[in-house]
Design a protein around this ligand. Structure first.
Ligand code: HEM
Length: 415
């Protein structure tokens, strides 16, 4: 039986932190293999890349999520007790709660809220010297998603809540003070949302029946019990936080419109181009680098042995750029999506497999719609200048963003 290639470092945690997006695929190329073994955060981890590896990773008879995520990610990005760490029937049932929030008319409603706010913010930006798009869009999306989800957000609280929700994804992967700020924000935002859940259950707050706040506050697990207020808060934050995180992709979309100006003209004229452009932004730009699971039992794949309990890391970013699935993967070419085969394993910026059965992101449709409305607005409704700035993408940061966070000036209605 062949041996899984081993990374040279006795511990690869630092190497992963220095290059979170290239870590797996570069080593796989070096070892001429789809997988290798490394020690990460003191645990042996099999790192894998490519569509075939993705197909393996999403086999629920072979892998589980329980116990796969490091504590520092649970204490910041995910929270404890949420859907990400569940398996089997319990996971499928909880996942239904998220899927029930994704009806097309509900997504339309969120899109309309975001569209309205783009107009409001563009008027504000017209009077500003410099607009830092990443920061502004975080606030815009916080307002939109709270309104949509049935979470009251009085105007004086907007900047504090935006900062808290942003810290959950923007600072979670950092080390040092930013990471501690993210932990603090997790505690603060769970307290905030637990209070909302309790108000709904006590009948003091009455958000609409189909709002996320109401659905989650009244959801019953398989044992028939309501979620504890803390777990309900973790799950409602699983809606609020990642919707605000769409600001990362919107900032990348603005970056792409600037770097590939020919796209802008097409987006103005053609709805299909908008879809392809958004998909290519999700494929091309680095956001969520990888996902983790553990082997449910001893198993064998392509002749390699995975012992029971072994942690496994699937490279999302590298799979989206795998030359076996994509021609010229390093080039930004939206039209490539005209011929994409729709495989659930070769284009996985938000995970792969099946939305209802696997851990694949249930917010994928929201992400695409919010990116479309935002790109459409930037391309067709406003004009703006892009002043001199450092637009390099900082790929040592998690999530990667342009160093300047994308600045605009002279924002004006399109003439
Ligand atoms: C799961 C990425 C937006 C809610 C995931 C996963 C990834 C991801 C990589 C894990 C897949 C896996 O474990 O196999 C992203 C990115 C987004 C985004 C890059 C862009 C901002 C959203 C939105 C929502 C959302 C807008 C909700 C409104 C969730 C939830 C899960 C999840 C609840 C856990 C699903 C499960 O464990 O079954 N997302 N997501 N995400 N996402 Fe997203």
């Amino acid at each position: 039986m062949p041996r899984i290639p081993r990374d040279r470092n006795p511990d690869s945690t630092i190497a992963l932190l220095l290059d979170p997006y290239g870590f797996v695929s570069k080593r796989c190329r070096r070892y001429r293999s789809d997988l290798f073994l490394a020690r990460i955060l003191l645990r042996k981890t099999i790192c894998m890349t490519g569509p075939e590896a993705a197909e393996l990773f999403y086999r629920q008879d072979l892998f589980v999520r329980r116990g796969a995520t490091p504590g520092r990610i649970q204490k910041t990005l995910f929270g404890r007790g949420g859907v990400q760490g569940m398996d089997g029937e319990a996971h499928r049932h909880r996942k239904q709660m998220f899927m029930s929030l994704m009806a097309p008319e509900r997504i339309d409603h969120l899109r309309e809220l975001v569209d309205g706010l783009w107009h409001v913010y563009a008027r504000k930006w017209a009077a500003m010297d410099r607009v830092v798009l990443y920061d502004e869009v975080q606030e815009l999306l916080t307002k939109a998603v709270c309104a949509w989800a049935g979470v009251p957000l009085p105007e004086p609280e907007v900047s504090r809540r935006t900062a808290q929700l942003t810290a959950l994804f923007d600072d979670a992967g950092a080390i040092g003070p930013r990471h501690w700020w993210s932990r603090l924000s997790r505690k603060g935002s769970e307290r905030w949302i637990e209070d909302i859940i309790e108000q709904i259950r006590a009948g003091r707050l009455n958000p609409p029946e189909d709002s996320a706040a109401r659905v989650i506050a009244t959801w019953r697990d398989l044992d028939g019990a309501l979620l504890s207020p803390r777990v309900a808060a973790v799950e409602l934050l699983n809606i609020l936080r990642p919707t605000v995180a769409v600001s990362v992709f919107i900032t990348f979309a603005a970056h792409a419109l600037h770097r590939f100006p020919a796209c802008r003209q097409e987006l103005r004229t053609d709805d299909e181009s908008l879809e392809f452009f958004v998909q290519e932004v999700r494929r091309f730009y680095p956001f969520f680098p990888a996902v983790l699971a553990r082997a449910r039992r001893d198993l064998e794949w392509n002749g390699y042995r995975f012992p029971r309990g072994r942690r496994v890391m699937l490279d999302l970013y590298g799979t989206n750029r795998d030359p076996r699935a994509w021609d010229a993967p390093e080039e930004f070419r939206p039209e490539r999506f005209r011929d994409w085969d729709g495989s659930p394993f070769n284009f996985i910026p938000q995970g792969g497999g099946d939305h209802a059965l696997n851990h694949r992101c249930p917010g994928e449709w929201i992400t695409i719609e919010l990116m479309k409305v935002s790109c459409g607005f930037l391309a067709a409704t406003v004009d703006y200048d892009v002043p001199d700035q450092d637009l390099q993408i900082d790929t040592a940061r998690l999530p990667a963003i342009p160093k300047s966070r994308f600045m605009m000036s002279n924002v004006r209605p399109r003439s």
